[in-house]
Design a protein around this ligand. Structure first.
Ligand code: 6GU
Length: 274
């Protein structure tokens, strides 16, 4: 079973490598409404998830599904324009498969992005937050089951799940651009219902600043493979109980579209400085 996964990831990595001119230095996972960054790529090669061996395809509206290679700030990068989510019913093995592939391609750096709700009362919609750490509140772990030693150890260290140097680079990039960045902890939920006000109070009490339904499984798998991870959350809304409005996915998409320029500039500058 795990041998099979390894072979499948290897085959997928080879399939991608045959279609792009060089090994990317950085893999990017672009969350809901944040995929527009790929418009800035030079020498772009787009691969539909439906064509890439082993890649799952999202059915959620507003989530794109392409792997885009290109040069960003002169550096070769490989971006996931859209990702699939646990709440869609995918297994964590399916969901994290692309990260396995990136690791086997020899990509050492992974920059993950997402849209998230603000659980910290100081946050406002449109804020960008560099992820300092996460809390896995999904109740599941992608590494459950027999360990494949060729991917990584049985009990991977998570002390530096979000690489401190990459975090510093993101902060420097923001500083160069004159952006203020929040720094905080991402609480990962299984979804798809948003949290109740009581759950948001719990999350903030536990140390969570932003809350979302992605990222945690991918980051665990990337750490398993020894990759360096950086993370940026786009705060699209206040979480339940912190504002007066009801939460809806349209609002999340709208705010993500609004901060798109700022977000794109930050990711581009970060890639340049990495
Ligand atoms: Cl408030 N919660 C979760 N789980 N995900 C979100 C969100 C909230 N806002 C955007 N994404």
């Amino acid at each position: 079973m795990t041998t099979e996964l390894y072979d499948q990831a290897k085959a997928s990595a080879q399939w991608i490598q045959e279609r792009i001119p060089e090994t990317p230095e950085i893999a990017l996972i672009l969350g809901s409404g944040l995929g527009g960054l790929c418009d800035d790529f030079d020498d772009a090669v787009a691969l539909e998830y439906s064509d890439v061996p082993g890649f799952a395809e999202s059915a959620v509206e507003g989530h794109e599904g392409r792997l885009v290679y290109g040069k960003l700030a002169g550096k070769p990068v490989l971006a996931m324009q859209g990702r699939v989510h646990y709440y869609e019913g995918w297994s964590l093995t399916e969901l994290t498969f692309p990260v396995r592939v990136f690791g086997l391609m020899g990509i050492d750096n992974l920059l993950v992005t997402n849209s998230a709700g603000g659980a910290n009362p100081d946050y406002v919609p449109g804020d960008l937050m560099v992820i300092t750490d996460h809390i896995n509140l999904t109740g599941v772990n992608p590494l459950r089951g027999a360990n494949e030693d060729r991917f990584g150890p049985r009990f991977p260290d998570m002390s530096y799940a979000y690489n401190p140097q990459i975090r510093e680079t993101i902060l420097s990039a923001a500083n160069d651009l004159g952006y203020e960045l929040k720094q905080g902890v991402y609480a990962g939920m299984a979804g798809p219902s948003y949290e109740t006000p009581a759950e948001i109070r719990m999350i903030h009490t536990l140390g969570g600043d932003a809350v979302g339904m992605s990222t945690v499984p991918e980051v665990i798998v990337a750490n398993h493979m020894g990759m360096n991870v950086g993370g940026i959350s786009c705060i699209t809304n206040l979480a339940a109980g912190l504002g007066t409005e009801k939460l809806d996915h349209e609002e999340v998409k709208e705010v993500a579209a609004m901060v798109r320029e700022k977000f794109s500039a930050l990711v581009c500058k970060t890639v340049e400085m990495l």
